[in-house]
Design a protein around this ligand. Structure first.
Ligand code: NAD
Ligand code: TYD
Length: 348
């Protein structure tokens, strides 16, 4: 197969390609990425010279460029990761989220619909559990939970999910959708909670906790997510949605405590000194209280279960950031520093 992987220079896309390109020499993987602030081409170093890997710098909001991409590479399958992915950025500047997440997805669907014969091809859409909104203290998101997004990010992902389903129902485009919980692991841009806290610990900077830190996320190690997506691509039912989650509900404040302990253990720093860096800051507007996934469908139908526990995953993640300071320096462009000023400047 020719597999077009959008957003393959970002966090999850790069982990996906690094895992699957060496494992599947019979497939050709074309990484389509605009290389925004969130991308780091160095993330693809392990596979850059593989004969079954190619890179195309294309912005998916450019409809003509997307059509040309399909004409050149003749994909049989699209695995669509490319997105603006950070909730806080979507609050400070929602427009690019609408453009990339909605219009970009639309451009890819149009190219697939017009270039593939009816019933041919596979469009795998990578989405988030945030489309379902916020849970109270109990309950889990299932594939039938009503959409109720809170942020411009989750609303734009919800809109893209609806477009993907509409193309299946109206045009019979073969699609699959996965909605996954919060990922963590190597190669994650340090604007998201876990890498931000690790690097701030290493630099002895304040650890900014929004509100009271009691919000709960269901954390999944990134390669477990990638294996789940591949299981759905290979064996999932066309037109079907699969929720993916880690059975790992943790309050933010407990995530930060565990990170301080892990950093202290792996670096020999004093844990109390790290815990003292915790700083409570102004809450995120519209902050969803709790996410938790019922992943029984993918477990029962495809036999997928996560391999990493939160403990093993966190250790691997902290160790990875300790070992890859060069990678971190490369992603910390001037733009990243501007973002930090904009997001944390007035949180006090
Ligand atoms: P990321 O922000 O790390 O990477 C996004 C990638 O998309 C970057 O390489 C960027 O250059 C590229 N991109 C952005 N706009 C583009 C455009 N207009 N044209 C082409 N490429 C563009 O994101 P991520 O965390 O790797 O998330 C990947 C996907 O998984 C997203 O669709 C996200 O909604 C979904 N998801 C993420 C999580 C998570 O916890 N990170 C959880 C569930 C679902
Ligand atoms: P984040 O990694 O941005 O993912 P998402 O908003 O998509 O779940 O945030 C995870 C949780 O951590 C969320 O409840 C917000 C919180 N958070 C902080 O408390 N401080 C921070 O500096 C960041 C970035 C997030």
């Amino acid at each position: 197969m020719n597999i077009l992987v959008t957003g393959g220079a970002g966090f999850i896309g790069a982990n996906f390609l690094n895992l699957l390109v060496p494992r599947h020499p019979e497939h050709r993987f074309i990484n389509v990425d605009a290389l925004t602030y969130a991308a780091n081409p160095a993330s693809l170093d392990p596979i850059a010279d593989r004969p079954n890997y190619a890179f195309a710098r294309v912005d998916i909001t450019d409809a003509d460029a997307v059509q040309a991409l399909f004409a050149e590479h003749e994909p049989d399958c699209v695995v669509h990761f490319a997105a603006e992915s950070h909730v806080d950025r979507s609050i400070l500047g929602p427009r690019q989220f609408v453009r990339t997440n909605i219009e970009g997805t639309f451009n890819l669907l149009e190219a697939a619909r017009t270039r593939w014969a009816p019933g041919d091809g596979l469009f795998h859409h990578v989405s988030t559990d945030e489309v379902y909104g916020s849970l109270g203290p109990t309950g889990l998101f299932t594939e039938d939970t009503r959409y109720d997004p809170s942020s411009p990010y989750s609303a734009s992902k919800a809109a893209s999910d609806h477009l993907v389903r509409a193309y299946h129902r109206t045009f019979r485009l073969p699609v699959k959708i996965t909605n996954c919980s919060n990922n963590y692991g190597p190669l994650q841009f340090p604007e998201k909670l876990i890498p931000l806290m690790i690097l701030n610990c290493l630099e002895r900077k304040p650890l900014p906790i929004y509100g009271e830190g009691t919000n709960v996320r269901d954390w999944l190690y990134v390669t477990d997510h990638c294996e789940a997506i591949w299981a759905v691509v290979e064996r999932g039912a066309v037109g079907r949605t699969y929720n993916i989650g880690g059975h790992n509900e943790v309050r933010n404040i407990d995530v930060v405590d565990r990170l301080c302990e892990t950093v202290a253990e792996l670096t020999g720093q004093d844990v109390d000194g790290l815990l003292a860096l915790k700083t409570y800051v102004k809450d995120r507007p519209g902050h969803d209280h709790r996410y938790a996934i019922d992943a029984s469908r993918i477990g029962e139908e495809l036999g997928w279960t996560p391999k990493e526990t939160f403990e093993t995953g966190l250790r691997k993640t902290v160790q990875w950031y300790l070992d890859h300071s060069e990678w971190v320096d490369k992603v910390r462009s001037g733009e990243y520093r501007n973002w930090l000023d904009a997001n944390y400047g007035d949180r006090g």
